[in-house]
Every structure is written in structure tokens, then in C-alpha cells.
Ligand binder design. Sequence first.
Ligand code: GZL
Length: 360
Amino acid sequence: MKKRIFAGLLTAIMAASLVACGGSGSAPAAGGDDSSGGADGKDSGEAIVVGFAQVGHESDWRNASTNSVKDAFSKDKGYDLQFVDCDNDSAKQIEAVRQFIQDDVDYIVIDPIVSTGWDTVLTECDDAGIPVIVIDRTIEDSKKYISWVGSEFMNEGLASGAWLKAYAEAKGIKDLNILVIEGSNGSSAQIGRTDGFKKYADEEGWTILDSQDGDFTQDGGQKVMESYCKSYAGKFNVVVCQNDNEAFGAMDAMKAAGVSYGVDKDVILISFDACKAGLEYVQSGDINADFMCYPLQGEYCAKIIDQLEKGEEVDKQTFMQEPWYVAEDILKDITYTNNAGEEVTEELVQVTDAASQASY
Ligand code: GZL
């Protein structure tokens, strides 16, 4: 298997450039200096071998992400995809990456379960001359990857806080007593959504009664909500679930406990991901707001590999565009300050036909 990138060169060509989808700014191409590009390239007809270490299979979002990568790296498109479902196990994910190095794949794609503990194995990838592309979640303790495609999770958290502030004001709800069901602890999605929302809670004086890990699963959401319904009966009027599958479980638990949720009910219900089933609940008024997290990143990843194969420059970061979906039309748009300190106005999308409005 030909190696396209000289060992250690990746470190030399890292350049952080912030890119919104389709933006400009980029790191020079791997496989040569930033003038020539110069990837070795593969003999024509040989499949490009891509090792993909996926988080697991915990949610509708995850399944959409997996299918998107499998579609992008199919055999008929000239790829040999080595797929490993790491079952939400960080040690297994590191092991999978080491196996890809041993198998001498051409590229490694990682969706990191957690955001730290990566520098050692990414150095091993770099030393082996195998370019690493990170998708979805972020790696915080190493920059030894050539490109990242995903979401600004802090902005997702800020979005949910900005929306709740405007919604409560529009509805004349003064005291917000909030329960949060977090995503998998240590994932950048959980960290960003938690910190972004908490920024608003602190600024607005909202009370967060509790915030526990639901692991991004329906079962996790149900179990945490069952416990909340016992511990905080009659004391809460907002539930924030950090993904739709947790929200589905939380709805089951609240229904069983006789707690109503949704538009003009006991509890305002907020969710993230905006998968089709989630938007159906927004349309029915059971979920008040659902903040999109876009999972179909396979094509972006394939474009990066195509550019590398041609010795072209690649963007260091690519952010997904992510609408805010709501059940009611009482608010048209919301202006907030995002994680980059920019004042941004976001149009709200009222869900009137989930089937046609859902991206996945
Ligand atoms: C976020 C992604 C999260 C989703 C969950 O980008 O990593 O993991 O929000 C998924 O649904 O399980």
C-alpha cells in the first residue's frame, strides 16, 4: 500500500483556519510542501483504503452518520472502507486506530467518543504517514489531524439558551426551573451544549436543579427522567435533553409520571439533533424546540480525501449549517452572540411538515 504522506510532514503543515461550510482558508496539502502538493497518489484502479472508527450506534443521529460515511466510501466509488463500531468505548476506539496503522490504510477517519487522550495515537498515525480526518466531535488535546468536519457545539448550547430566554419572555414565564439530561460525558457535544446553555442560565438567573448523563440514548434519557420525576416532582418546568433519543425516553418517563410536556403544558421540552422523529414531535407540539446537529458528513470527508489525492489544499475546519426548529410561530428570529463573539441572527423554522423538513 503506497503511503501518500511523508512521516511527520503532517505536523509541519498544520495550519488552523476557521472555515464555515464552503469557506476559504486552508492548510497546505499533505504529501509535499505547500507549493507542490505532490501526493504519491495511487496506481489507477487501486481502491483507496479508509479506516473509520465510529463512536457507536447509540442514536438515530449516529446511524445517519454511519450510513453517510458508508455511502461516501462505497466500493463502487473506488474505496475499501474498514468500518469499526467502537460501541461508545474509548479504549476500543484507540485500539481500532492502532489496527488501522498496522493494516497500513491510506486514510483514517475518527469520530472521537471523547475529546481528550488522543495525542499519543495521533502521533503514531503521523509517524506512520497516515493522514487523519476527524468528523463530528472534536479532539482537544492534539492538532495532529489534517482536517475536521463537524458542529460548533458551544453554539448549539448558546442557541438553546438564547431561544429559551426569548420564548419565556414571549410566554410571560418568569421562573425557569430546569432539568438537564446531558449527552455522553466528556464528548465535545456534551461539553459544548452544557457550557453554552449554562452561560445563559447563569446570566439570566435560571435555576438548573440537576444535570445528569443520559449517554445520548433513549434508555438513558428515560432512566434519568424517571429519577428526576421522583426527586423533583412539581418543581421543574423545563427539561433540556442533549439529543432526540434522550428526549424520546424522557417523554415516556414524564408520561408515566403524569407530567405533561410541550406547547402550553407543564414542562417546556428542548432537544438537539432534529432527526425526523424528533421533528415529528416538534410538529405535534410535544417538543417545543429542537436544535439541528447535522450528521451527513461522509460527503465532506470524501471531498477532503479527493483533494488530498490530487495534492490540493484542504480546509482545517468545516462547520455544518444547523437550523433551529420550533413548534410555534410566536417568534420569527433570534439574535445572539455566538462562541466567536459575533452577533448572529437566526431565523426560526416552524415545523409544519416534518417529513419534508427533516434532513435525515
Ligand atoms: C453530535 C453527536 C451526538 C449527537 C447524538 O455531533 O456526536 O452523538 O447529538 C449522538 O445523537 O449520539
